[in-house]
Ligand binder design. Structure first.
Ligand code: SAH
Ligand code: SF4
Length: 416
């Protein structure tokens, strides 16, 4: 989501006559786009901003901190990081060009952290890669008890389907072949009478769209109708990122996730029975307040049972203002040990799943160069694949997987 927001900011500044640079320190305006989903990300952004004091003072320059940290910690940044000129929350980017011009003229600081119904309609950035993102929703109203997103990004709102279609047409014109529709819970998409399954159908018929994906699906709202649309439309990839968070029903309830492990298993069974070649990935939080050893083991068992194609493992991080922040925390050593154990279990499963790819042929859309003379691309299932051949970004080849290095499948072009 932040990558996409950075593209929006880039486009808004380009419209004001600015150019981006690959050497940030040579810039006139330095923008740090921040995340606060976990404490670690927030602390890194603060430390990084503090480290730019000398850069800021060495010339007539503007330093901006934008995004979720700017939204939640504007006061702290104002007081502690006096070299920051511009502080913008996620809904305040439209004015960024004017704000920069004003600061240049007045040398005074600007803070804008108003949340609104903003969806950045009509702002189509110039893509610079084969794969790109299109935001279909912003904000979130689910209030999972651990999560800061609803507080820093405001309530859920959907972008007009016609604007989504226009942006996709624009991206396709610039050579984008793999488009990921973005939202904190895409299954809640709703514009006029169009729901998410209809939106998928609507964008999949846009001429030239080679691949469509979407991120993220909340298991409580994921529908069988969506599975059906994916099954029927060849350019919608059969990759499902369905964050489970925990394998314990008591913890899921404390997390306010509104589904049970049984419901989740039912979704996985349905997806796999309808689309056997599908890949399913997930997010897991370990060490949630009051999680017992037995409940943690339930999560490990669920990982082993479902055998995800990939999983992002996070240690629980206290986010100020959330409901879980007032629940009794587990001790640091227990949280760390559980994270390490869950990563080990996840790694074993992912290696096993990746090794099962050996000998099979996958359609790979190449995106970039890889080490040496090789190339990197993605399968429809969102798995990165490396080949030794040099293949131009945007080309599609059938690749036979021959070995696995770490968790990465390596292959040879099978249709050369
Ligand atoms: N909207 C998405 C998640 C966005 S945040 C969804 O509902 O699935 C991405 C992931 O970060 C979450 O799935 C969760 O696993 C993790 N996360 C969010 N808040 C967290 C916290 N306080 N501590 C640890 N992990 C967290
Ligand atoms: Fe956070 Fe839950 Fe919303 Fe995802 S659905 S962004 S985890 S509150």
């Amino acid at each position: 989501m932040n990558k996409n927001d950075s593209s929006v900011i880039g486009k808004l500044l380009a419209d004001h006559g600015f150019e981006s640079t690959t050497d940030p320190r040579s810039a006139d305006v330095y923008i740090i786009n921040t995340c606060t989903v976990r404490e670690h990300a927030a602390n890194r952004a603060l430390a990084f901003t503090a480290g730019l004091e000398e850069w800021r003072k060495a010339g007539n320059r503007i330093l901006a901190v934008v995004g979720c940290l700017a939204q939640s910690n504007a006061d702290e940044i104002t007081k502690r990081l006096k070299h920051v000129d511009l502080i913008l929350g996620p809904d305040a980017y439209r004015e960024i060009g004017n704000y920069v011009t004003q600061i240049t003229g007045t040398k005074s600081r600007i803070i804008d952290t108003k949340l609104s119904a903003e969806t950045y309609c009509g702002i189509f950035h110039r893509p610079n890669a084969v794969a790109d993102f299109v935001s279909i929703m912003r904000g979130c109203s689910n209030y999972c008890s651990y999560c800061v997103v609803p507080y820093v990004r405001g309530p859920a709102r959907s972008r007009a389907s016609d604007d989504i279609r226009k942006e996709i047409v624009h991206l396709v014109e610039y050579g984008v072949r793999d488009i990921t529709l973005l939202g904190q819970n895409v299954n809640e998409y709703h514009h006029e009478s169009m729901g998410f399954a209809e939106l998928l159908q609507h964008v999949s018929v846009i001429p030239g769209v080679f691949r469509i994906r979407f991120l993220t699906s909340h298991p409580k709202d994921f529908t069988r109708e969506t599975v059906q649309v994916i099954k029927e439309n060849n350019n919608i990839c059969e990759w499902f990122h369905l964050p489970l968070q925990s394998g314990s029903n008591r913890i899921l309830q404390l997390m306010n996730r509104k589904y049970t492990k049984e419901h989740y298993n039912g979704l996985v069974e349905h997806i796999r029975s309808q689309i056997p070649e599908s890949t399913i990935t997930t997010d897991i939080i370990t060490g949630f307040p009051t999680e017992t050893e037995q409940e943690f083991i339930e999560t490990l068992n669920t990982l082993r049972e479902i055998k995800f194609d990939d999983a992002y493992m996070y240690r629980y991080s206290i986010r100020p203002g959330t409901k879980a922040s007032s629940m009794p925390s587990l001790d640091e050593d227990t949280i760390k040990a559980r994270l390490a154990e869950s990563i080990q279990v996840k790694n074993e499963i992912v290696v096993e799943k990746t090794k099962a790819m050996i000998g099979k042929v996958y359609e790979v859309l190449f995106e970039s160069a890889a080490r040496g003379n090789g190339s990197r691309g993605k399968t429809r299932g969102n798995k990165n694949v490396i080949v030794q051949e040099k293949i131009k970004p945007g080309e599609v080849r059938n690749v036979r997987i021959t070995e696995v290095k770490g968790q990465t499948p390596i292959g040879v072009v099978a249709d050369a």
